[in-house]
Design a protein around this ligand. Structure first.
Ligand code: NAD
Ligand code: IPM
Ligand code: MN
Length: 353
Protein backbone atom coordinates (compact mmCIF):
# COMPACT_ATOMS: atom_id res chain seq x y z
CA UNK A 1 0.00 0.00 0.00
CA UNK A 2 1.17 3.49 -0.82
CA UNK A 3 0.26 6.73 0.97
CA UNK A 4 1.29 10.14 -0.34
CA UNK A 5 1.80 12.93 2.15
CA UNK A 6 2.65 16.58 1.47
CA UNK A 7 4.93 18.01 4.18
CA UNK A 8 5.29 21.75 4.89
CA UNK A 9 7.61 22.29 7.90
CA UNK A 10 7.04 26.07 7.92
CA UNK A 11 8.87 28.35 10.35
CA UNK A 12 10.76 28.29 13.62
CA UNK A 13 10.36 25.10 15.64
CA UNK A 14 7.91 23.92 12.98
CA UNK A 15 11.04 22.84 11.11
CA UNK A 16 12.57 21.10 14.15
CA UNK A 17 9.47 19.14 15.13
CA UNK A 18 8.43 18.25 11.58
CA UNK A 19 11.83 16.61 11.07
CA UNK A 20 10.96 14.25 13.95
CA UNK A 21 7.42 13.69 12.70
CA UNK A 22 8.87 12.67 9.33
CA UNK A 23 11.30 10.35 11.12
CA UNK A 24 8.35 8.65 12.81
CA UNK A 25 6.42 8.30 9.54
CA UNK A 26 9.49 6.73 7.88
CA UNK A 27 9.99 4.40 10.83
CA UNK A 28 6.36 3.25 10.62
CA UNK A 29 6.55 2.41 6.91
CA UNK A 30 8.22 -1.01 7.19
CA UNK A 31 6.40 -1.83 10.43
CA UNK A 32 3.01 -1.30 8.78
CA UNK A 33 4.04 -2.49 5.33
CA UNK A 34 3.07 0.87 3.87
CA UNK A 35 5.16 2.88 1.46
CA UNK A 36 4.95 6.52 2.55
CA UNK A 37 5.81 8.89 -0.26
CA UNK A 38 6.61 12.27 1.26
CA UNK A 39 6.86 15.46 -0.75
CA UNK A 40 8.24 18.50 1.01
CA UNK A 41 7.29 22.11 0.23
CA UNK A 42 9.32 25.07 1.48
CA UNK A 43 6.37 27.42 1.99
CA UNK A 44 6.95 29.75 4.93
CA UNK A 45 8.35 33.08 6.08
CA UNK A 46 11.79 32.65 4.51
CA UNK A 47 10.39 31.97 1.08
CA UNK A 48 7.87 34.77 1.45
CA UNK A 49 10.61 37.26 2.36
CA UNK A 50 12.75 36.14 -0.56
CA UNK A 51 10.15 35.81 -3.28
CA UNK A 52 7.02 37.60 -2.03
CA UNK A 53 5.11 34.36 -2.53
CA UNK A 54 3.10 32.78 0.29
CA UNK A 55 1.01 29.91 -1.06
CA UNK A 56 1.61 29.63 -4.81
CA UNK A 57 -1.30 29.41 -7.23
CA UNK A 58 -2.18 25.77 -7.75
CA UNK A 59 -0.80 24.63 -4.38
CA UNK A 60 -4.22 23.80 -2.98
CA UNK A 61 -5.11 21.74 -6.04
CA UNK A 62 -1.80 19.92 -5.60
CA UNK A 63 -2.54 19.30 -1.90
CA UNK A 64 -5.84 17.71 -2.91
CA UNK A 65 -3.98 14.98 -4.78
CA UNK A 66 -2.31 13.73 -1.57
CA UNK A 67 -3.75 11.34 1.00
CA UNK A 68 -2.94 13.94 3.67
CA UNK A 69 -1.08 17.20 4.20
CA UNK A 70 1.21 17.70 7.19
CA UNK A 71 2.27 21.16 8.42
CA UNK A 72 4.67 22.26 11.17
CA UNK A 73 4.02 25.82 12.32
CA UNK A 74 4.05 29.33 10.91
CA UNK A 75 5.10 32.63 12.45
CA UNK A 76 8.24 34.69 12.16
CA UNK A 77 9.11 37.99 13.84
CA UNK A 78 10.24 39.31 10.45
CA UNK A 79 6.63 39.04 9.21
CA UNK A 80 4.74 40.83 11.98
CA UNK A 81 1.37 40.80 10.21
CA UNK A 82 1.53 37.01 9.72
CA UNK A 83 0.57 37.53 6.09
CA UNK A 84 2.20 34.27 4.98
CA UNK A 85 0.56 32.27 7.77
CA UNK A 86 -2.83 33.68 6.86
CA UNK A 87 -2.35 32.52 3.28
CA UNK A 88 -0.72 29.15 3.97
CA UNK A 89 -2.39 27.93 7.14
CA UNK A 90 -5.77 29.63 7.09
CA UNK A 91 -5.73 29.50 3.27
CA UNK A 92 -5.45 25.70 3.42
CA UNK A 93 -8.12 25.38 6.11
CA UNK A 94 -10.54 27.58 4.14
CA UNK A 95 -9.51 26.60 0.62
CA UNK A 96 -9.86 22.85 1.23
CA UNK A 97 -12.98 23.48 3.36
CA UNK A 98 -11.45 21.60 6.31
CA UNK A 99 -14.34 22.42 8.59
CA UNK A 100 -13.48 20.03 11.42
CA UNK A 101 -10.59 21.03 13.64
CA UNK A 102 -10.11 17.89 15.73
CA UNK A 103 -8.05 18.54 18.88
CA UNK A 104 -7.78 15.73 21.41
CA UNK A 105 -6.96 16.51 25.03
CA UNK A 106 -5.58 13.32 26.54
CA UNK A 107 -3.33 12.92 29.54
CA UNK A 108 -0.67 10.30 28.79
CA UNK A 109 1.06 10.27 32.19
CA UNK A 110 -0.39 11.30 35.52
CA UNK A 111 2.55 13.47 36.61
CA UNK A 112 2.21 15.70 33.54
CA UNK A 113 -1.15 17.03 34.72
CA UNK A 114 -0.99 20.38 36.51
CA UNK A 115 -4.23 19.62 38.40
CA UNK A 116 -4.00 18.17 41.89
CA UNK A 117 -5.30 14.63 42.29
CA UNK A 118 -6.24 14.08 38.65
CA UNK A 119 -5.37 10.90 36.79
CA UNK A 120 -5.32 9.71 33.20
CA UNK A 121 -8.99 8.73 33.31
CA UNK A 122 -9.93 12.32 34.23
CA UNK A 123 -8.41 14.05 31.22
CA UNK A 124 -9.56 12.40 28.02
CA UNK A 125 -11.79 14.40 25.73
CA UNK A 126 -11.91 15.85 22.24
CA UNK A 127 -12.54 19.43 21.16
CA UNK A 128 -14.15 19.99 17.78
CA UNK A 129 -13.42 23.53 16.72
CA UNK A 130 -15.35 24.99 13.79
CA UNK A 131 -12.56 25.74 11.34
CA UNK A 132 -13.91 27.72 8.39
CA UNK A 133 -15.99 30.56 9.79
CA UNK A 134 -16.43 32.88 12.77
CA UNK A 135 -13.99 35.67 13.49
CA UNK A 136 -11.38 34.02 11.27
CA UNK A 137 -12.91 34.89 7.90
CA UNK A 138 -11.16 38.25 7.69
CA UNK A 139 -14.30 40.30 7.07
CA UNK A 140 -14.34 43.82 8.37
CA UNK A 141 -12.16 46.82 7.89
CA UNK A 142 -10.67 50.03 9.08
CA UNK A 143 -11.96 53.53 8.66
CA UNK A 144 -9.80 56.61 9.31
CA UNK A 145 -6.88 54.32 10.16
CA UNK A 146 -4.12 55.99 12.12
CA UNK A 147 -6.25 58.94 13.17
CA UNK A 148 -7.82 59.59 16.58
CA UNK A 149 -11.21 58.80 14.99
CA UNK A 150 -10.15 55.36 13.80
CA UNK A 151 -12.82 52.67 13.57
CA UNK A 152 -12.05 48.94 13.25
CA UNK A 153 -14.53 46.13 12.72
CA UNK A 154 -14.00 42.36 12.63
CA UNK A 155 -17.04 40.38 11.64
CA UNK A 156 -18.03 37.13 13.33
CA UNK A 157 -19.52 35.21 10.43
CA UNK A 158 -21.65 32.16 11.21
CA UNK A 159 -23.65 30.25 8.63
CA UNK A 160 -26.43 27.76 9.21
CA UNK A 161 -24.59 25.17 7.09
CA UNK A 162 -21.26 25.76 8.86
CA UNK A 163 -22.68 25.57 12.37
CA UNK A 164 -24.79 22.53 11.62
CA UNK A 165 -22.04 20.45 10.04
CA UNK A 166 -19.60 20.86 12.94
CA UNK A 167 -22.25 20.20 15.61
CA UNK A 168 -23.46 17.16 13.69
CA UNK A 169 -19.88 15.93 13.36
CA UNK A 170 -19.44 16.14 17.14
CA UNK A 171 -22.55 13.98 17.70
CA UNK A 172 -21.59 11.50 14.98
CA UNK A 173 -18.10 11.15 16.44
CA UNK A 174 -19.54 10.56 19.92
CA UNK A 175 -22.04 8.02 18.56
CA UNK A 176 -19.43 6.10 16.55
CA UNK A 177 -17.14 5.78 19.58
CA UNK A 178 -19.77 5.16 22.23
CA UNK A 179 -18.98 8.43 23.99
CA UNK A 180 -21.94 9.51 26.09
CA UNK A 181 -21.54 13.27 26.44
CA UNK A 182 -21.43 16.21 24.04
CA UNK A 183 -21.07 19.79 25.28
CA UNK A 184 -21.66 22.77 22.97
CA UNK A 185 -20.06 25.99 24.10
CA UNK A 186 -20.81 29.50 22.89
CA UNK A 187 -21.44 33.01 24.19
CA UNK A 188 -25.07 33.29 23.15
CA UNK A 189 -25.93 35.42 26.18
CA UNK A 190 -24.01 38.26 24.53
CA UNK A 191 -23.54 37.30 20.87
CA UNK A 192 -27.27 37.37 20.31
CA UNK A 193 -27.21 36.88 16.54
CA UNK A 194 -24.31 34.61 15.60
CA UNK A 195 -24.42 32.45 18.70
CA UNK A 196 -28.19 32.43 18.81
CA UNK A 197 -27.81 30.54 15.55
CA UNK A 198 -25.52 28.06 17.37
CA UNK A 199 -28.22 27.66 20.06
CA UNK A 200 -31.01 27.00 17.60
CA UNK A 201 -29.01 24.56 15.50
CA UNK A 202 -27.77 22.74 18.60
CA UNK A 203 -31.36 22.29 19.88
CA UNK A 204 -32.34 20.76 16.56
CA UNK A 205 -29.37 18.47 16.12
CA UNK A 206 -29.27 17.22 19.73
CA UNK A 207 -32.88 16.03 19.44
CA UNK A 208 -31.71 13.56 16.80
CA UNK A 209 -29.32 11.93 19.29
CA UNK A 210 -31.45 11.19 22.38
CA UNK A 211 -29.02 8.48 23.50
CA UNK A 212 -26.26 11.07 23.95
CA UNK A 213 -26.29 13.36 26.97
CA UNK A 214 -25.93 16.83 25.50
CA UNK A 215 -25.58 20.13 27.25
CA UNK A 216 -24.54 23.71 26.78
CA UNK A 217 -22.00 25.84 28.63
CA UNK A 218 -21.14 29.46 28.04
CA UNK A 219 -17.49 29.61 27.11
CA UNK A 220 -16.40 31.43 30.27
CA UNK A 221 -18.03 28.69 32.35
CA UNK A 222 -16.47 26.05 30.09
CA UNK A 223 -12.93 27.25 30.84
CA UNK A 224 -13.72 27.16 34.55
CA UNK A 225 -15.18 23.64 34.35
CA UNK A 226 -12.25 22.34 32.29
CA UNK A 227 -10.00 23.12 35.24
CA UNK A 228 -12.47 22.28 38.01
CA UNK A 229 -13.36 18.83 36.69
CA UNK A 230 -12.11 17.82 33.23
CA UNK A 231 -13.56 14.32 33.70
CA UNK A 232 -17.05 15.67 32.91
CA UNK A 233 -16.20 16.02 29.21
CA UNK A 234 -16.11 13.54 26.33
CA UNK A 235 -16.72 15.82 23.34
CA UNK A 236 -16.76 19.63 23.25
CA UNK A 237 -17.89 21.50 20.15
CA UNK A 238 -17.40 25.22 19.73
CA UNK A 239 -16.71 28.05 17.32
CA UNK A 240 -13.41 28.89 15.66
CA UNK A 241 -12.20 31.57 18.09
CA UNK A 242 -13.23 29.85 21.30
CA UNK A 243 -11.85 26.56 20.00
CA UNK A 244 -8.47 28.19 19.48
CA UNK A 245 -8.42 29.46 23.05
CA UNK A 246 -9.79 26.44 24.90
CA UNK A 247 -7.41 24.07 23.12
CA UNK A 248 -4.35 25.91 24.45
CA UNK A 249 -5.95 25.52 27.88
CA UNK A 250 -6.62 21.87 27.12
CA UNK A 251 -3.01 21.41 26.00
CA UNK A 252 -1.88 22.52 29.44
CA UNK A 253 -4.12 19.89 31.08
CA UNK A 254 -2.20 17.19 29.23
CA UNK A 255 1.27 18.55 29.97
CA UNK A 256 1.76 21.58 27.76
CA UNK A 257 1.63 22.88 24.23
CA UNK A 258 4.54 20.66 23.26
CA UNK A 259 2.18 17.66 23.45
CA UNK A 260 -0.97 18.86 21.72
CA UNK A 261 -2.06 17.49 18.34
CA UNK A 262 -4.60 18.57 15.78
CA UNK A 263 -6.25 17.54 12.55
CA UNK A 264 -8.04 19.79 10.05
CA UNK A 265 -10.47 17.58 8.21
CA UNK A 266 -13.20 17.66 5.61
CA UNK A 267 -14.87 14.34 6.42
CA UNK A 268 -14.70 12.16 3.33
CA UNK A 269 -12.33 14.63 1.65
CA UNK A 270 -9.02 16.40 2.19
CA UNK A 271 -7.19 16.64 5.51
CA UNK A 272 -4.28 18.61 6.95
CA UNK A 273 -2.52 17.79 10.20
CA UNK A 274 -0.47 20.17 12.41
CA UNK A 275 0.51 20.42 16.06
CA UNK A 276 -1.46 22.96 18.12
CA UNK A 277 1.61 24.95 19.07
CA UNK A 278 3.22 27.73 17.07
CA UNK A 279 6.71 28.45 15.79
CA UNK A 280 8.12 29.47 19.22
CA UNK A 281 10.85 31.60 17.57
CA UNK A 282 13.04 31.75 20.67
CA UNK A 283 13.53 27.97 20.54
CA UNK A 284 13.92 27.69 16.76
CA UNK A 285 16.84 25.59 15.57
CA UNK A 286 18.11 24.99 19.12
CA UNK A 287 17.17 21.32 19.38
CA UNK A 288 15.01 21.99 22.45
CA UNK A 289 11.43 21.92 21.14
CA UNK A 290 9.31 18.98 22.21
CA UNK A 291 8.50 16.91 19.11
CA UNK A 292 5.74 14.88 20.77
CA UNK A 293 2.89 17.23 19.76
CA UNK A 294 4.05 16.91 16.16
CA UNK A 295 4.40 13.13 16.56
CA UNK A 296 0.97 12.72 18.20
CA UNK A 297 -0.30 14.71 15.22
CA UNK A 298 1.11 11.91 13.05
CA UNK A 299 -0.98 9.58 15.25
CA UNK A 300 -4.12 11.49 14.26
CA UNK A 301 -3.03 11.35 10.63
CA UNK A 302 -2.52 7.57 10.84
CA UNK A 303 -6.04 7.17 12.23
CA UNK A 304 -7.35 9.27 9.39
CA UNK A 305 -5.50 7.11 6.86
CA UNK A 306 -7.07 4.00 8.39
CA UNK A 307 -3.70 2.88 9.79
CA UNK A 308 -4.93 2.20 13.31
CA UNK A 309 -1.98 0.00 14.24
CA UNK A 310 0.38 2.87 13.46
CA UNK A 311 -1.71 5.25 15.55
CA UNK A 312 -1.78 2.83 18.46
CA UNK A 313 1.98 2.25 18.28
CA UNK A 314 2.69 5.98 18.40
CA UNK A 315 0.57 6.45 21.50
CA UNK A 316 2.09 3.48 23.30
CA UNK A 317 5.59 4.63 22.38
CA UNK A 318 4.85 8.15 23.63
CA UNK A 319 3.60 6.79 26.97
CA UNK A 320 6.70 4.59 27.18
CA UNK A 321 9.05 7.49 26.41
CA UNK A 322 7.35 9.76 28.95
CA UNK A 323 7.47 7.08 31.65
CA UNK A 324 11.18 6.56 31.01
CA UNK A 325 11.76 10.33 30.88
CA UNK A 326 13.18 9.97 27.38
CA UNK A 327 11.70 13.35 26.60
CA UNK A 328 12.60 17.03 26.28
CA UNK A 329 13.10 19.44 29.16
CA UNK A 330 9.56 20.85 29.17
CA UNK A 331 8.43 17.35 30.26
CA UNK A 332 11.15 16.89 32.84
CA UNK A 333 13.61 15.02 30.62
CA UNK A 334 17.00 16.05 29.33
CA UNK A 335 16.85 15.06 25.65
CA UNK A 336 17.05 17.36 22.68
CA UNK A 337 14.42 17.38 19.94
CA UNK A 338 16.29 14.91 17.73
CA UNK A 339 17.11 12.48 20.54
CA UNK A 340 13.49 12.57 21.73
CA UNK A 341 12.39 11.67 18.18
CA UNK A 342 14.93 8.85 18.09
CA UNK A 343 13.70 7.54 21.47
CA UNK A 344 10.16 7.50 20.16
CA UNK A 345 11.15 5.52 17.06
CA UNK A 346 13.16 3.09 19.15
CA UNK A 347 10.15 2.54 21.46
CA UNK A 348 7.82 2.03 18.48
CA UNK A 349 10.16 -0.52 16.92
CA UNK A 350 10.46 -2.40 20.24
CA UNK A 351 6.71 -2.36 20.89
CA UNK A 352 5.96 -3.55 17.34
CA UNK A 353 7.82 -6.85 17.86
P1 NAD B 1 3.92 29.11 20.57
O1 NAD B 1 3.01 27.95 20.60
O2 NAD B 1 4.84 29.18 19.42
O3 NAD B 1 4.79 29.12 21.90
C1 NAD B 1 4.30 29.48 23.18
C2 NAD B 1 5.15 28.80 24.24
O4 NAD B 1 4.74 27.45 24.36
C3 NAD B 1 6.64 28.72 23.91
O5 NAD B 1 7.33 29.85 24.33
C4 NAD B 1 7.04 27.50 24.70
O6 NAD B 1 7.24 27.81 26.03
C5 NAD B 1 5.83 26.60 24.58
N1 NAD B 1 5.93 25.65 23.46
C6 NAD B 1 5.23 25.66 22.30
N2 NAD B 1 5.56 24.63 21.56
C7 NAD B 1 6.50 23.93 22.23
C8 NAD B 1 7.21 22.74 21.96
N3 NAD B 1 7.04 22.03 20.83
N4 NAD B 1 8.12 22.32 22.88
C9 NAD B 1 8.31 23.01 24.00
N5 NAD B 1 7.64 24.12 24.32
C10 NAD B 1 6.73 24.58 23.44
O7 NAD B 1 3.01 30.42 20.67
P2 NAD B 1 3.38 31.97 20.54
O8 NAD B 1 4.67 32.24 21.22
O9 NAD B 1 2.16 32.68 20.97
O10 NAD B 1 3.53 32.21 18.99
C11 NAD B 1 4.76 32.19 18.26
C12 NAD B 1 4.44 32.32 16.78
O11 NAD B 1 3.73 31.16 16.33
C13 NAD B 1 3.53 33.51 16.46
O12 NAD B 1 3.94 34.04 15.24
C14 NAD B 1 2.16 32.87 16.34
O13 NAD B 1 1.28 33.63 15.55
C15 NAD B 1 2.51 31.55 15.72
N6 NAD B 1 1.55 30.45 15.92
C16 NAD B 1 1.43 29.59 14.87
C17 NAD B 1 0.63 28.47 14.99
C18 NAD B 1 0.53 27.53 13.83
O14 NAD B 1 1.21 27.69 12.86
N7 NAD B 1 -0.32 26.52 13.89
C19 NAD B 1 -0.02 28.21 16.22
C20 NAD B 1 0.16 29.11 17.27
C21 NAD B 1 0.95 30.24 17.11
C1 IPM C 1 -3.75 27.52 15.98
C2 IPM C 1 -3.09 28.88 15.78
C3 IPM C 1 -3.66 29.58 14.55
C4 IPM C 1 -5.13 29.80 14.83
C5 IPM C 1 -3.00 30.90 14.17
C6 IPM C 1 -1.52 30.80 14.02
C7 IPM C 1 -3.60 31.46 12.92
O1 IPM C 1 -3.19 29.64 16.93
O2 IPM C 1 -3.72 26.71 15.04
O3 IPM C 1 -4.26 27.25 17.07
O4 IPM C 1 -5.51 30.79 15.48
O5 IPM C 1 -5.93 28.98 14.38
MN1 MN D 1 -3.93 28.52 18.63
Amino acid sequence: MKKRIAVIPGDGIGVDVTREAVKVIRCLGPILGVSFELQEYGFGAERYLQTGETLPAGALDEFRTFDAVYMGAFGDPRVPDMRHAADILLGTRFGLDLYVNHRPVKLLAVDLCPLKGRGREDVDFVVFRENTEGLYVGMGGCFKKGTPDEVATQIDMNTRKGVERIIRHAFEYAKARGLGRVCMSDKSNVLTYGHDLWQRVFEEVRSEYPEIESRHLYVDALTMQMIKDPSQFDVIVTCNMFGDIVTDLGAQLQGGLGLAASGNIHPGGAAMFEPVHGSAPKYAGKDVANPLGAILTVQLMMEHLGLDRGADLIERAAIDAIEKRQVTRDLGGSLGTRAAGDALCEAMTRLAD
